[in-house]
Ligand binder design. Structure first.
Ligand code: SF4
Ligand code: SF4
Length: 324
């Protein structure tokens, strides 16, 4: 697979990449060796870009999967690692950075992001954490910094922040989960914000091309859409099986049949308890009354009556409803 440079960072990434969230304890909860083997398999198949986060608790999988690889080699010859933190303050970010270095046994992190920056004033409220990223980059412990976001307005703003090297936005052809201000944003608006960033030299890679699994049935259409957007260097996909790696690599190599559609009949709807804000919109949307409040005030799916119709996923303002 031909690698592309992420903006002006000097980091070169494959056009498809591995989101490690899927293997961790909020989703498949794979045994350590199984998750690490999947990471090694992806590396052997040519994927060189991996995304994790403090909140995912998946650093041990990467540490194990990267064993034996010289992570001090040129970025062209080794995996590129991105992580991120939801934290607000300088001290919290300092802890998050040190934790990531320690738990993945790395001397430096390639990319460290503010995780899921929401509409104003969220970026301002996290100025302490942002300053910490700037300082650690200056000290050589991080190679590039930026934000991940579901918000068009945040993506637009990042184009004007000189210290920001990387934008990791949510985008898919159905506009699932894209936000703008207090309401919904469109894929056209996000694509325009991405171009604005790419035009000023920011590196961009995309998340949720499959809308949290809800568009996986339209596999080729979903990937073709994101691949066609100007300025995106890589599509980050949550992966849990070897076959998913095989198909993704075949897609990137242009040898996957245009008719390919994965079997999604065994997929189920899940609500990520870390993302759910308890707004209740999905409860009113579900035609089968399959979503209820659990003891912690978080929405949860009753799989005994869920029809996996997917109607609930688009109404969630924070993309907490996913299918896998
Ligand atoms: S997939 Fe359909 S039935 Fe299941 S929780 Fe969502 S809206 Fe309800
Ligand atoms: S719509 Fe999303 S944020 Fe709101 S209760 Fe449902 S899962 Fe939680």
């Amino acid at each position: 697979m031909k690698k592309k440079e992420l903006g002006n960072t000097g980091l070169y990434v494959t056009p498809v990449s591995f989101g490690v969230l899927t293997v961790g304890n909020t989703q498949l909860d794979l045994p350590l060796e199984e998750g690490a083997a999947l990471i090694r398999y992806a590396i052997n198949k040519g994927i060189n870009f991996f995304d994790t986060a403090q909140y995912y608790e998946t650093y041990p999988y990467l540490k194990e999967g990267l064993k034996g690889i010289n992570m001090q080699a040129s970025p062209l010859k080794r995996p590129i690692i991105c992580t991120k933190s939801l934290c607000l303050t300088y001290e919290e970010m300092e802890y998050a950075i040190e934790e990531s270095l320690r738990e993945m046994s790395l001397d430096a992190i390639d990319i460290f992001l503010l995780h899921e920056v929401r509409q104003d004033p969220d970026f301002e409220l996290r100025k302490g954490a942002w300053q910490c990223l700037i300082d650690y980059k200056a000290a050589g412990a991080i190679r590039a910094i930026g934000v991940s976001t579901h918000h068009v307005d945040v993506a637009e703003k990042m184009a004007c922040i000189p210290e920001c090297d990387i934008l990791f936005p949510l985008i898919n052809y159905a506009s699932l989960g894209i936000r703008k201000g207090d309401g919904e944003g469109s894929c056209e608006e996000m694509a325009a914000a991405i171009k604005k960033n790419a035009d000023v030299g920011k590196g961009v890679f995309a998340m949720k091309a499959f809308g949290g699994g809800n568009l996986t049935g339209s596999y080729i259409k979903a990937l073709d859409y994101v691949s066609s957007i100007e300025g995106i260097s890589s599509i980050m996909v949550g992966i849990g099986k070897k076959e998913e790696i095989d198909r993704l690599v075949e897609y990137a190599q242009g040898i996957l049949s245009k008719d390919y559609a994965p079997d999604v009949t065994k997929k189920r709807i899940h609500i990520d308890p870390g993302d759910c804000e308890g707004c209740g919109t999905c409860l009113t949307r579900c035609p089968n009354k399959a979503i209820f409040w659990n003891k912690r005030g978080i929405a949860e799916v009753d799989h005994g009556i869920c029809l996996t119709c997917g109607y609930c996923a688009p109404v969630c303002p924070v993309r907490a409803i996913i299918m896998w």
